[in-house]
Design a protein around this ligand. Structure first.
Ligand SMILES: NC(=O)c1ccc[n+]([C@@H]2O[C@H](COP(=O)([O-])OP(=O)(O)OC[C@H]3O[C@@H](n4cnc5c(N)ncnc54)[C@H](O)[C@@H]3O)[C@@H](O)[C@H]2O)c1
Ligand SMILES: O=C(O)C(=O)CC1(C(=O)O)C=CC(O)C=C1
Length: 289
C-alpha cells in the first residue's frame, strides 16, 4: 500500500498549471500515479513523453474513477461542466480541487452539483507564465509563490487540510480567503495588467503611419511590459467574462489615473508628472527589490 500523500492524482487539463503541479508532487515523492485527462491527444502524448503524467485518457469519467485527488486545470468557463462530470464518476471520499483564476463564479456553480461524499476545495495558485500546454509545465513553478484557497461554509476540513499540504509540498505558501476578496484582489494585481498589456499591444501594433512594423523596434521597455500579452486568449477571455464587475471597477480606476496623466502631459505639469512617477516608483520598488 502506498504511503505517499496522494496515491492517485488525476489532472484534468495537462497544461502549464496542471502539469506543473503534477511535476512538483512527483519531484517531492508525494504522488503515486498521475493520470492526465485532456481533449487533445497530441498534448497528452507530449505530457507522457515528458514524464508529466504516467497515464493518459481523453475519457474524463474513466480518468477520475480511481483518483484520490482530482485537480481541474482547464479554462475558467469550462470548469463547471468538467467538475459536474468528474464528480459524478469519482469515488466516495475523493477530493476535487481546481486552479482557476476566478473563484466566485466557479465555487458558486460547482458546489450545488456535487454528489454527497465528494469534497470540493476551490483554489488558485498565484503563479504562471505566458506559455501554455504540457511543454510549458515545470516542477518549480510554485516555489516561493502564494496559493489562495477559498473554502466555503460547506468545505470539508480534512479535504482543505490535504489540499493545503499539496500546495505546500509544491513550494507555495497557502492563504485562505473569501471568494469576493480573492476576485477583487486578482482583478487588481493580475486581470487589469493583462487588459492593459493586451490594449497596449493592439494600440501600438495597429499603428500604420509607416509601412514597416514598428514593433520590430521594440526593446526592453515594450517587451518586458507586454510579456503577458502573449498569454492564452481562451484563458483570458474566460477571466474577463467571469470576473466582469471587479475587473470593470479596476479598469475604470486605471482610466482615471491615465486621464490625470494625460492632462498633466497636455498641460506640461512638470511637478505633477514628477510626483506621479515618483509615487509609482516607490510603490513598485517596495515589492520588487
Ligand atoms: N497560466 C497562468 O498563468 C495561470 C495561473 C494560475 C491559474 N491559471 C488557471 O489555470 C487554468 C489552466 O491554465 P493553464 O495556463 O494551465 O492553461 P493551458 O492552456 O496550459 O492548459 C489547459 C489545458 O486544458 C485543456 N482543456 C481545455 N478545455 C478542456 C476540457 N473541457 N476538458 C479537458 N481539457 C481541457 C487544454 O487543451 C489545455 O491542454 C485556467 O483556469 C487558468 O485560469 C492559469
Ligand atoms: O506571470 C504570468 O505570466 C502570469 O500571468 C501569471 C498570473 C499573474 O501574475 O497575473 C496570471 C494569472 C493567474 O491566475 C495567476 C498568475
Amino acid at each position: 500500500m502506498s504511503t505517499c500523500l496522494v496515491p492517485r492524482l488525476a489532472v484534468v487539463g495537462v497544461g502549464l498549471i496542471g502539469g506543473s503541479l503534477a511535476l512538483a508532487l512527483k519531484a517531492a515523492g508525494a504522488v503515486g500515479e498521475v493520470v492526465g485527462i485532456g481533449r487533445g491527444r497530441a498534448n497528452l502524448d507530449k505530457a507522457l513523453e515528458l514524464g508529466v503524467i504516467d497515464r493518459a485518457t481523453q475519457d474524463l469519467a474513466e480518468g477520475v474513477r480511481d483518483a484520490d485527488l482530482v485537480f481541474l486545470a482547464t479554462p475558467v468557463l469550462s470548469l463547471t461542466e468538467v467538475a459536474a462530470t468528474a464528480a459524478a464518476h469519482m469515488k466516495l471520499g475523493a477530493i476535487l480541487t481546481d486552479g482557476g483564476s476566478v473563484k466566485g463564479s466557479v465555487a458558486a456553480a460547482i458546489e450545488p452539483l456535487l454528489p454527497v461524499g465528494i469534497h470540493f476545495v476551490p483554489g488558485h495558485p498565484i503563479a504562471g507564465t505566458e506559455k501554455s500546454g504540457a511543454e510549458a509545465a515545470f516542477a518549480t513553478l510554485y516555489h516561493g509563490r502564494r496559493c489562495i484557497l477559498t473554502p466555503t461554509a460547506h468545505t470539508d476540513i480534512g479535504a482543505l487540510d490535504l489540499v493545503r499540504r499539496v500546495w505546500e509540498i509544491a513550494g507555495s505558501s497557502v492563504v485562505l480567503m473569501d471568494v469576493e476578496k480573492h476576485d477583487r484582489i486578482l482583478a487588481a494585481i493580475s486581470h487589469l495588467p493583462h487588459m492593459v498589456a493586451y490594449s497596449l499591444v493592439n494600440a501600438v501594433g495597429s499603428y500604420d503611419r509607416y509601412e514597416e512594423n514598428i514593433l520590430e523596434y521594440s526593446a526592453g521597455g515594450f517587451r518586458d511590459f507586454t510579456r503577458i500579452a502573449s498569454s492564452d486568449p481562451t484563458m483570458w477571455r474566460d477571466i474577463a467574462l467571469t470576473n466582469r464587475d471587479a475587473l470593470l471597477e479596476m479598469m475604470e480606476r486605471c482610466e482615471a489615473f491615465f486621464a490625470e496623466l494625460k492632462e498633466d502631459v497636455r498641460n506640461g505639469e512638470a511637478d505633477k508628472l514628477y510626483e506621479f512617477f515618483q509615487r509609482s516608483k516607490e510603490l513598485r520598488d517596495a515589492i520588487v527589490k
